[in-house]
Design a protein around this ligand. Sequence first.
Ligand code: GLV
Length: 351
Amino acid sequence: MADPRPRVWVSQPLFDDVVERLGQYFDLDMTAEVTRHTPSQLAARLAGADGALITLNERIGAAEIANAPRLRAIANVGVGYNNLDVDALSAAGILASNTPDVLTETTADLGFALLMAAARRITESERWLREGQWGQWSFRTMLGADIHGSTLGILGMGRIGQGIARRGALGFGMRVLYHNRSRLPEATEAEVGATYVDLDTLLAQADHLVLVLPYSAASHHIIDAAALAKMKPGATLVNIARGGIVDELALADALANGRLAAAGLDVFDGEPTVRPELLALRNVVLTPHIGSASQATRRAMVQLAVDNLTAALDKGPHAGRPPSAINADAVHAARAGAAFVGAKKTDDAKR
Ligand code: GLV
C-alpha cells in the first residue's frame, strides 16, 4: 500500500486560500477558530502530525513534541521565534523555520508610527478630544517632542532596525545612533545613515529609543530601572521587539514620574495581558502586537511559512531546502546521528 500523505496541523485560522496550497501535497488539519491552545492540546495536535504551521502564540518545547514521533517540520509564521525551544526541536530532528524579510518594512513602519504617536501625543490628544475637552484648549495644549532633527537611538540593528534607521535619517533628518551585538559593515552604516555607539552612550544620547532586538536570556530586561535612569530626561521609548526586553514596572514608574515623556509599546510581557500600571498611564501608546499587520505582509508571511513547510517535508520546488530554516545544520547533525545509531543497531543485530 502507498504511504499515506503526510499530515500537517495548522494552529490558527490564517488565510485559507494561501494555507490550502499545502493541500497539493499534504492532508490538512486546520483549526477553524482562534484558539489559545494549552500545552496538552498542543501535544495532542502535534502527536499525529508530520508538520505544523504555527503562530507566535503556540509555545513548543520538549514536552509538546515528546509524543510526536512523525513530526519533522515546524513553520513559525513570524520572524521572532522565542516561542520555540529550538534546541529541543533540533535534538528531535525537527526542522524549524521563520518568516524574515517579508515583514521588515511593514514592521519598521509600525515602529515609526508608534514613535510619532508617542512623541506627538496623538492617541492622548484623540482621547482628550473625544472626551469633549477641546473647550479647555490653550496654546500649550498637548506639547510633545520633535521627531525631525532629533537623535534616534536603535537597540538591535537587524533588518527591521535598519529600516527604522533609514526612515529616521533620510525621511526626518535625524541623527541615528545604534547599538547591536555586532557592528554593521561600514558600507551598511553609511547606507542606513547610522553610527555605532556603546549601550550607555545610546541610552544617554537618544531623544527617542526604539527596541528591535531579539528576545533571549541575554536581552531579558536589558531595559531595566538602571538603564531607564541613564536615558535622557523626557525621552521616548518604543518597543516593537518582545515585552520581556523591558522591565515594565520600572518603565511604568519612569512614565508616571515624568522621567520619560512617553512610550509606544506593541509587545508586552505576558501578552495578551497588559499590566494595569501601563493601562493607567496617559503617556503610553499601546497596540496589540500588530507590527507586521498589513494585509499584504501578513499574507506574504503565511506564503513564506507554507513554502518553508512544504520544502522541509521534502516537497515542492525547494524540496529539502526551506527558504528560511532556523536550525538546518543542527537538524542534519541530529538526523545523521540518529541514522548512525540506527545503522549500528542493525549491524549489531546481524552479528
Ligand atoms: C512578530 O513579532 C514577529 O516576530 O513576527
